[in-house]
Write a protein that binds this ligand. Structure first.
Ligand code: CUA
Length: 336
């Protein structure tokens, strides 16, 4: 299968976080493991000791061991100790929730917040870039989220990312384990999620709420770029689509088809908002929400029959002839 290699070797571990919320969640996990681990060892230890110590049965055949009734100290101990443990866990969890909670209205002073609205669709992610460092952005992209790396030690160099999460259809869940905890995208409700990181790289994730037949193929890719690379990327995304005279026939073929009812190519007649924005399609590494690498060959196969890779997805096969397919792919391949 073409898409296996995209996820197989990647690091999706919550134990290897690169952002403060991820670190809080890891600390909590370690703490809970430690507490429950100690309890486990004590209980199993007593059990094994008893099995070994009394392996020959009671000292006298037929007799019972001493029976103890109503020991106040023991009853107080086994009520108070678990209650105390639960109370400590509650306090630690409350502190973690406090640490990872969102306050989008109060970004760190002098920082450069990035604000993006994420809309979950069956089965892809829409990203509406709202603003960065107080300046309006106003462009859309799909499936591959780009964010700038910051310097977490200097407030004016921090670049916290505030996501506003919404859904166009059913419940989804945004989860990039190394950046933050899961947050659901719920129809008719707006949720928020926050993270920031100083480490550039690609961080993968996955829709974490069952949302229909292709839930498993609703992958997430977050690219953390250096601020310069991010600025360049933003500049490019804000541009209208490339209008390459060499593919005029292909553009015509594309615009004549019903592709334009769902897809948008900024600067052309294609104004659909129902499906991923294709204005800068070739600036993305993958197709179909991260399941296929974005090569000309794969793009052609995807357009020829999307149902083969993602059965049930909303994009139908349009029955294009081989030559029409070539023309449309020629055109799309210029949308950098
Ligand atoms: Cu979207 Cu699962």
């Amino acid at each position: 299968m073409r898409f296996n290699s995209l996820l197989a070797a990647e690091n999706l571990s919550i134990f290897d976080p690169v952002s403060p919320p991820g670190e809080s969640i890891r600390s909590l996990a370690f703490f809970v493991f430690a507490v429950t681990g100690v309890i486990f060892l004590i209980v199993e230890g007593i059990l094994l000791y008893s099995v070994y110590r009394f392996r020959h049965g009671a000292p006298k055949q037929g007799s019972e061991p001493p029976q103890v009734y109503g020991s106040k100290p023991i009853e107080i101990a086994w009520t108070a100790v678990p209650a105390l443990i639960v109370f400590v866990l509650i306090l630690i969890i409350a502190r973690t929730i406090w640490e990872v909670r969102v306050d989008p209205h109060n970004p760190p002073k002098d920082s450069k917040p990035l604000r993006v609205t994420v809309i979950g669709h069956q089965w892809w992610w829409e990203y509406v870039y709202e603003s960065y460092d107080g300046k309006k952005l106003g462009f859309k992209t799909a499936n591959e989220l780009h964010i700038p790396a910051g310097n977490l030690k200097i407030d004016s160099e921090r670049r916290p990312v505030y996501l506003t999460l919404q859904s166009a259809d059913v419940c989804h869940s945004f989860w990039v384990p190394r950046l933050a905890g899961k947050m659901d995208l719920i129809p008719g409700r707006t949720n928020e999620l926050w993270f920031e990181t100083g480490k550039t790289g690609l961080y993968l994730g996955q829709c974490a709420e069952f949302c229909g037949a292709q839930h498993a193929k609703m992958l997430l890719r977050v690219y953390v770029d250096t601020p310069d690379v991010f600025d360049k990327w933003v500049k490019n995304q804000q541009q209208k689509a490339v209008d390459d005279p060499a593919v005029v026939k292909g553009k015509k073929a594309f615009l004549a088809r019903s592709c334009v009812n769902c897809h948008r190519v900024y600067g052309t007649g294609a104004e659909g908002t129902y499906a991923p924005d294709l204005t800068h399609l070739m600036s993305r590494d993958t197709l179909a929400s991260g399941i296929i690498t974005n090569t000309r060959e794969h793009l052609r196969q995807w357009i020829a029959d999307p149902q083969k890779d993602k059965p049930g997805c909303l994009m139908p096969a349009f029955g294009l002839s081989e030559s029409e397919l070539d023309l449309v792919v020629d055109y799309l391949a210029t949308l950098r």
